[in-house]
Every structure is written in structure tokens, then in C-alpha cells.
Ligand binder design. Structure first.
Ligand SMILES: [Zn+2]
Ligand SMILES: [Zn+2]
Length: 322
């Protein structure tokens, strides 16, 4: 059977073994300081995430780079240099919110077309993620499809949740379906407040699977999809295998998911999806068949308290028989 495989194969973090030196690092890629509209100073913001046991952080102030050498960072913590840039939107929607990671030179993004901003970030070796599209009322077809070179999307944003628009999974699915291309996601705080307000701190994070604690290795892992996003649950493993017989009309893929205690798992596919609920009890592993002939699937793990984790999408057209 010929299928239109999605463009852009991602790397499953669960296929990168401990014995090869890979480890999980927890981080927040989106935060603001007193260099833009955040309350705490860059040092206070960094100290907060260090104190909470995170491994990496980006001080992504609006319009300008907050330099990593302007703060004192512990040796075993990785500060990724970046900024949130806001080129105008020539396509009709609101001004863009582009989370730009691992960049070194400032640019006047307000005077540049969005494609020029994306190209300049990529030329600097950085990566551009679409920030909080639900909150910014992004219409993927109108505002995002005309752009090339974006790395991925924020599926969750803590401060946007305060406005009821924290989750952008529908935009993510819409984007992947319209382009037939897989994009990795991030969950971020987009922290503005001091942690004493307990408003937008330490509630959305991304786990990256890396061999090395450098900004480049972490951003590479995020771009390749060797990561997952969470507001609580842990995803320990996801393995896929094809279970239909040779010559069958339909491609059937079975998923095995290991996770922290969950009440349900949703496998969202390019069309429709599949829900696994156990038998009414919570569980920490599940094996179930996905919707036949789906091209890609991503998993949402829902914990007992309703908090979620989001895997990156898997290309189901390339899954092999077990
Ligand atoms: Zn923003
Ligand atoms: Zn922001």
C-alpha cells in the first residue's frame, strides 16, 4: 500500500537508551524578566528555576536578547540564550509571537517581515517555535502556513491558561494535518510574575533527551522531537509495532505506553483518534491498537488530577512489524 508519509521524521526520545549516555533534562524555554515585562530580575528568574530542580531555562524577553553572561548560572544548569520576537503579521492576524531559541545577535524584528525573522534566526543556528497560538488567535491556514522554517509549536503555556487559552493542541493538529508534516511541541510557563504569586511559575515544562548539557544539544533535541511536554504526568516509554498480517487491507499499529499514574490516554491521529481508559481504574501502562491506517499519532496522558503530558507525534507509516 502506498501512503503519503508525513514529511519531517522525528526522533523518539524513548529510542535513545541510557547506555548510550542519554538522560532526561527538565526545562522551561519561555520566561520574561525585568528586561521586558517580567517582574523579577534575570538573576532572580534564573535562581527560581534552579531552586525548583530544573536543568535548563531560556530568559526569552520580548524583542531583545537577555545575555546569558549577564547572570551567574550554576555549572550544572544550562541557560539557553533567546528572545521572543514580534514581527508584524502581513497575513491579517495579530502580530506574531515567535519564541526564538539559541540566538546570538539581536535584530529589529518589528521592522522585519516574519519570514525574514525566521530565516535570520535559522542562519544564526537557532530555532523558532510558534508561541501560544491559541492565546494569540492564530489561524494556522492564514498566519502560519505562508511561513517556512518554523521548528515547532507551544502546546501548553501557563500564563495563557489564566486567560483560558493555555492549550494549543488543536492548532498543533491543524498545522500537521494541513502540511502533512510532523512538528514537535513544547510546554512552557511564559513566566512573567514572581514565584510568590504562584500564577505562571513551574506549571508547564519540557523534558529533553540529550547526551550533553549544552544549549545546542538541548535545542537540537527539541527540534528533532526527542522530548515531551508536561504539566504533571511522566511518560516513561512509548513503543509502537505493526500488528496487521502481511497482505491485510489495513495498517494496524499497536501502542504500548508506560507512564506515571493515569486515568486515560488519548492517541490523537491525523484523522480522529483513539481513547484508552483501562477498566475505570488508574493505570501506569497500557497496550492498545490505534485507529487503522492513521498516518501519525501523538499521545496525551491524563493524570488522576486532570493534568496532562503530550508526546510528540509518531509517523505510523514507517512502523515495522514486531
Ligand atoms: Zn507572547
Ligand atoms: Zn512570552
Amino acid at each position: 500500500m502506498t501512503v503519503d508519509s508525513p514529511a519531517n521524521q522525528l526522533t523518539s526520545p524513548f529510542d535513545l537508551p541510557d547506555q548510550d549516555g542519554y538522560e532526561w533534562l527538565k526545562g522551561n524555554l519561555h520566561s520574561h524578566t525585568s528586561n521586558s515585562d517580567g517582574k523579577p530580575s534575570p538573576q532572580e528568574r534564573l535562581d527560581g528555576y534552579v531552586g525548583q530542580g530544573y536543568d535548563f531555562l531560556c530568559l526569552s524577553d520580548h524583542y531583545t536578547i537577555t545575555r546569558v553572561d549577564s547572570v551567574h548560572c550554576p555549572d550544572d544548569f544550562t541557560l539557553i540564550q533567546g528572545a521572543e520576537l514580534h514581527p508584524e503579521n502581513p497575513f491579517g492576524g495579530q502580530r506574531h509571537h515567535l519564541l526564538c531559541l539559541n540566538i546570538h545577535e539581536d535584530m529589529d524584528s518589528t521592522k522585519m517581515p516574519p519570514q525574514h525573522v525566521i530565516d535570520t534566526v535559522n542562519e544564526q543556528g537557532g530555532a523558532v517555535f510558534l508561541a501560544h497560538p491559541h492565546w494569540s488567535s492564530v489561524n494556522i491556514g492564514r498566519d502560519t502556513l505562508p511561513l517556512n522554517g518554523l521548528a515547532g509549536i507551544e502546546v501548553f503555556n501557563t500564563i495563557c491558561r489564566c486567560a483560558g487559552r493555555g492549550e494549543s493542541s488543536v492548532h498543533w493538529d491543524d498545522w500537521m494535518e494541513q502540511e502533512n508534516k510532523l512538528y514537535p511541541a513544547l510546554a512552557d510557563d511564559d513566566t512573567h510574575s514572581p514565584e510568590s504569586e504562584n500564577r505562571d511559575t513551574y506549571q508547564g515544562w519540557t523534558w529533553a533527551r540529550v547526551k550533553e548539557r549544552s544549549p545546542q544539544a538541548i535545542v537540537d533535541a527539541l527540534v528533532r522531537g526527542a522530548s515531551y511536554s508536561s504539566t504533571g504526568p511522566q511518560i516513561r516509554n512509548i513503543q509502537l509495532k505493526r500488528v496487521d498480517e502481511e497482505g491485510d487491507e489495513q495498517r494496524v499499529v499497536e501502542a504500548t505506553v508506560e507512564c506515571s499514574e493515569a486515568q486515560r490516554i488519548v492517541a490523537v491521529a491525523d484523522k480522529y483518534g483513539t481513547e484508552y481508559r483501562g477498566n475505570g481504574n488508574t493505570f501506569d501502562n497500557a497496550t492498545f491498537s490505534l485507529r487503522p491506517n492513521a498516518r501519525w499519532t501523538r499521545f496525551e496522558i491524563v493524570g488522576p488530577d486532570g493534568r496532562k503530558a503530550w508526546s510528540n507525534p509518531f509517523d505510523l507509516t514507517k512502523v515495522e512489524r514486531g
